[in-house]
Design a protein. Sequence first.
Length: 332
Amino acid sequence: MKPHYLNLFLISFFLYGSVSFAQQDIHLALYKYHSHIFNPAVFGSEEGTFLSTSYRSQWTGIKDAPRIQAISLGFPSGEKRAGYGLLVTNDQTFIEQQTRFFANYSYRLPLNEGNLYLGISAGGNNFSVNFNALDNLEAIGDSQFQNFSRFNPNVGLGVYLQKERFFLSLSIPQLLATKRFKEGQGLVTSARDRPHFYAITGVDIPINDDWSWVSSGLFRYVSDAPTSAVVNTGASYRTLEMMVGYQINAGITGTFMIREFQNSGFALGYSYQAPTVGQLQTLTGGNHEILLRIRLAKTKTPQELIEEEAEDETLIGTKNRERKNGIGKKRK
């Protein structure tokens, strides 16, 4: 296929074909370790100030294939049961680019076993198309293609249940449905960003003192688009974790994660996905993803705070009883 015909095909796919299907949000294979991207409530569950970064190169070997960068910065405040965070993601495919900016707030509710976090986020998505990046556009006439940029504000909601060996995340990162293109700009149709519902869960079952069986899954639903589901399973040895996964109608994934280097707060992960659908199996070198996490400062864990709260309540009760007994003796 000649370059300008390929460009025309991609333009039609991104701009005009989207009238029948809702645009889908970014996907990360290492979602378990960077779930702040999907749920604002997770920002309060960390053990201290942290910085997480992700980079995903999709369909390697194809020019202008999707590239995803994500960075999150969190400030948990365990004593006040609150967590704050900033999130920036950048998703670039061909001549289309989406950059999201969100501020996040999380509040912790202690449970008998574990914690429940409630989260809300506010920000928006800047969508842009750069037709200047096209080759051979002169051959078809470029008067119909003008660069475009638009910012749409949005809000997100999330709930996160965390226990010692289990977690469950339910969220809608962008609650408002928005249009990417305004009417009357010479476009035949317009693309829409529709709310995405995410459910993420995982378990960690110990086998012995060093080994444990780990498993996780992600489910994503958006109207007028195929449902996405991912299942991962594997084993962990101390701070090392190795998993294999399968994404429906996408590919098979292998992940390797060093969760922490000798209590330094530094973690590193890598994932590779081999496509299993259509011609992508022969046209691409697969998908590569890297994750880096750094704990900038350590605070008290939720469990430590729960124990302290229990000790404080016991201490207060003891002092009240002593005070009451002392007053009673004086009256006698």
